[in-house]
Ligand binder design. Sequence first.
Ligand code: KG4
Ligand code: ZN
Length: 378
Amino acid sequence: MTGSEATVGASLGPSDLVLGIETSCDETAAAVVRGGREIVASVVASQDELHARFGGVVPEIASRRHAEIITATVAEALARAEVSWDELAGIAVTHGPGLVGSLLVGVAAAKGYCLATGLPLVGVNHVEAHLVANFIHAPGEPAAADEGLLPALCLIASGGHSDIVLVANLGAYRIVGWTRDDAAGEALDKAARVLGLGYPGGPAVDRAARAGNPGVFSFPRPVIADSYDFSFSGLKTALLRTVTTLAEARAGDSAGPEVATAVPPGAAGLPAAVVADLAAGFQEAVVDTLVRNLTRAAGVYGTRQVMLAGGVAANSRLRDKLTGWHRASGVAIAFPPLNLCTDNAAMVAAAGFLKAQRSGWDDLELDVFSAMPLADHV
Ligand code: KG4
Ligand code: ZN
């Protein structure tokens, strides 16, 4: 394919089926999506159990597991969709950003299927796929977001990203804010580790925080002047310092054991009630920071809709706070269902459909990228 041909959009219609493949991190996923919108089948094989004892994703284990189950995952998606290879219009695969070894498995598999079937290939940016999750739906159900309310802002908060994206149209993006250090999900995962809450951390912090009081420990809400950018590394250090101080105080406190028998111990021997308060306080600081920048940007850009995407969009406190803001401001708010917030291949199939429609298919030279900017920062 020549450079000029690559800019010509593929002719794809509402009934065309695309197979999506996702292996950028620790979920092996495959899905079939009709017309870039309707989910026909979506299979996600989580590796959480494999990585839990290490407290985080081990890249070598992740790519090996992807390689073991990718074929079965794709076969399962096609079987559930009751679709054969010759009924597909193309194959979409995440080719960045993510773990290079993991991405390679999905991309190699997709290329193999394309070679064997003659189907065309399209590479997808994982961050765009998260955003597109707002516009896809199960049969008979509405999509989370209203395309008629574009331009809109989307907060993409995951293990690797905390981006505020101005979506003029599907395919036309500008970054309004991003993280200067840790992503929101990464901060929550690290907090869970410090608090002894296990892996994956985000859902564990969310659960623990429900039993806690966010007002007991106060954590900073980092502000970057004249910017909607985020910085979460100071917050993480503040938690570490608080936990260390509490643990040291308990070690020298003779009353400690009595408290410890009243409630099961959490991190560093802290009572579960204290861990719950720490989780609630930390989560509140992360959520406040996300909500503050997002809602300020919505005011300045005058958007009528705000969307959430990425694993952290599953956070119950974030959803509650933004729902409260929606009631007060009247700005529409879109949350994809939980299974479309975390990694899945339906969003990849849909993003691939839209990308192929706009700028054509890719060739089989498609490469993988650990970093892959979605758009320029304004
Ligand atoms: O989008 P995702 O599945 O993978 C990446 O692209 O990174 O996001 C994973 C991140 C993890 O950091 C996980 O802890 C976080 O999303 N997460 C949550 C929740 N569920 C998943 N964070 C907060 N609350 C949740 N309920
Ligand atoms: Zn993701």
